[in-house]
Design a protein around this ligand. Structure first.
Ligand SMILES: *Cc1c(COP(=O)(O)O)cnc(C)c1O
Length: 241
């Protein structure tokens, strides 16, 4: 069948094919089903045309980093049936603008932020929103996220907030080149995830482990990731304005 794709569609489809091949291979190697891993397209700096190309190629979940950028682009996107997640650092003063616009916020890393999200969500139609707690697994000063040692305490405090439902953990590990080191970090995340799932059975439903980006999604899947967040491998190199 001959298809007449635009340049954006051709690029995204070629990239997606390669990503899908690697994802399937990793799942097979790990003895997991491909359906156990959600492929999120990370859309920061990407034009609406190119994002729509990914959506028409079958992407069903997108992630944006910034509130303003998402709000500016969303009306130009074909978002029917598509999951929208906020994955970037969120300031409390922007919470009200984004809750109600997305399906999940993956960057909760303080009680203060969780409380603001919970309050804002209670004023929306759904009355609540799914969140992930972001863990700074590499202990990097430059990164947001909560330290692994503080995770239990944070979860105890926020699990009572009725406007949020904690669905799991998100991590952005340090950039490592050695496969064994990448896997070791993801394995630590997996352990945290399992550990918490056992502890907070009542209020927290831990079913999403969001980890793995363009340079390490294979290793993340091998270590149990249920959601990989891929930007540049899908859309091409980012150009920041
Ligand atoms: C930008 C970003 C990604 C995607 O990064 P790539 O390396 O381009 O795949 C994933 N997660 C978060 C939180 C990001 O900010």
């Amino acid at each position: 069948m001959m298809a007449n794709w635009s340049a954006d569609e051709q690029l995204v489809r070629d990239n997606l094919k390669r990503i899908e091949e690697r994802l399937s291979e990793a799942c097979l190697k790990a003895g997991r089903k491909r359906e156990e891993v959600t492929l999120m397209a990370v859309t920061k700096t990407v034009s609406p045309e190119r994002i729509n190309a990914a959506l028409s190629a079958g992407i069903t979940c997108i992630g944006e980093n910034r509130v303003q950028e998402f709000l500016a682009k969303k009306d130009s996107l074909q978002l029917e049936g598509v999951q929208k997640h906020l994955i970037g650092h969120l300031q409390t003063n922007k919470v009200r603008r984004i809750v109600g616009e997305v399906d999940m916020i993956q960057s909760v890393d303080s009680v203060h932020l969780a409380e603001a999200i919970s309050k804002a969500a209670q004023n929306t139609e759904k009355g609540m929103i799914d969140v992930l707690v972001e863990v700074n697994i590499g202990g990097e000063e430059s990164k947001s996220g909560i330290a692994p040692e503080q995770l239990d305490e944070l979860l105890s405090e926020i699990s009572g907030f009725s406007g949020i439902r904690v669905r799991g953990l998100m991590a952005i590990p340090p950039i490592l080149t050695e496969e064994t080191k990448k896997r070791a970090i993801f394995s630590q995340m997996r352990k945290l995830f399992i550990d918490i799932r056992g502890k907070f059975v009542d209020n927290v439903s831990m079913d999403i482990l969001s980890m793995g980006m363009s340079l390490d999604y294979v290793e993340a899947v091998l270590e149990g990731s249920t959601m990989v967040r891929i930007g540049s491998s899908l859309f091409g190199e980012r150009h920041y304005q």
